[in-house]
Design a protein around this ligand. Structure first.
Ligand code: UDP
Length: 335
């Protein structure tokens, strides 16, 4: 049986699956500010209850079809935004079952509940991981899709389901392929935090805060300084793109598959240097081996999304992303 913090009511609203997580909770606040009524569905496996202000939270799991049926029976959703997935590449290689169960099967249940209850607008958090090792850079959406691990496979399988459901049942969807989400809403409550944390920026800031070290995974890549280059995109720019995608679907226009990045790359070394400058602390660096499956350079070509959604990332400077992330880490936690 699902438990929830407030009573269920019939409201035209947006179901935000994974709305207690890093990107999902930012989206919830963004939707609220844009005049939508977000309802959060989260199993709190990696999400945080304290990331939720006064939105309705329904606690439960998308792999439970009966639970989903109950949620859809008691609401009228204008659309579903889906941020809930397990995301650790290395773990996905060792435990693929978890990835196909949570990501693929969970999403299938979600789509089937939508089908049954005639909710046909869906916005999905996909990933640059669907491209695998880049054949060229920047990566546009025509780049071959060759995921290298079960995590990437799970994202691509879901995209395939979306395309097939669109064709057969008229599902209207956006699949947004994120590059590296970063930063935080300075006005919000949630910093980027995963347990265990594996992402570079939170780990670098943790090293600055706790006077520990960051390990650089490889300095022998064919890049500007030998360290890997990534396209970091501010979480608020991601939210803006989702909002525009939602409005596009509500306006009756077609969705599709789009990259979300800034089109600009920063190396691991540059991230550390900028973090050191932002935090005004020297950051101790250890040299490590390459991490399995890390491409040297991952940079998006985001032009298709920019054209389609009339969207433009506003916070393209990595310094701003790190400043916002750092401000959240330093912010005292309010009750
Ligand atoms: N990285 C690193 N040390 C760490 C964590 C990450 O050198 O402790 C590197 C990683 O090899 C990659 C980049 O930082 O090149 C970004 O990694 P992250 O896990 O943040 O995102 P990913 O690109 O894997 O989605």
């Amino acid at each position: 049986m699902p438990t929830e913090s407030k009573s269920l009511t019939k409201l035209p609203s947006i179901l935000v699956v994974g709305g207690a997580g890093y990107i999902g909770s930012h989206m919830v606040a963004y939707l609220r500010r844009a005049g939508f009524i977000p309802v959060i569905l989260d199993n709190l496996s990696t999400g945080h209850q304290d990331a939720i202000l006064d939105e309705k939270l329904v606690i439960g799991d998308i792999t439970d079809a009966a639970f989903l049926d109950q949620i859809f029976a008691s609401h009228h959703f204008a659309a579903v935004m889906h941020f809930a997935s397990v995301i650790q590449v290395e773990e996905s290689v060792k435990a693929p079952q978890k990835y196909y169960h949570n990501n693929v099967m969970g999403t299938l249940h979600l789509l089937n509940a939508m089908l049954k209850w005639k909710v046909n607008r869906f916005i999905f958090s996909s990933s640059a991981a669907v491209y695998g090792e880049p054949l060229y850079t920047p990566i546009d959406e025509n780049h071959p899709v060759l995921p290298l691990n079960p995590y990437g496979h799970s994202k691509r399988m879901i995209e395939q389901m979306l395309e097939d459901y669109a064709h057969a049942y008229g599902l209207q969807f956006f699949s947004l392929r994120y590059f590296n989400a970063a930063g935080a809403d300075p006005a919000g409550k949630l910093a980027e935090r995963h347990e265990p944390e594996t992402h570079l920026i939170p780990l670098v800031l943790r090293a600055a805060q706790d006077k520990t070290s960051i390990t650089v995974f490889g300095r022998d890549y064919p890049t500007v300084d030998g360290t890997c280059v990534r396209d970091y995109i501010h979480v608020l720019d991601l939210c803006e793109a989702h909002l525009l995608a939602l409005k596009t679907l509500i306006g009756g226009k077609q969705g599709g598959i789009y990259n979300l990045g800034t089109g600009q790359g920063y190396s691991v070394q540059q991230v550390i240097e900028i973090a050191s400058c932002v935090t005004q602390r020297s950051i101790s660096v250890l040299e490590g081996a390459r991490r399995l499956g890390d491409p040297a350079i991952l940079i998006a070509d985001p032009k298709r999304a920019m054209r389609k959604l009339n969207w433009k990332p506003h916070y393209t400077e990595l310094k701003k992303m790190i400043e916002d992330a750092w401000a959240m880490i330093r912010k005292p936690i309010s009750p």
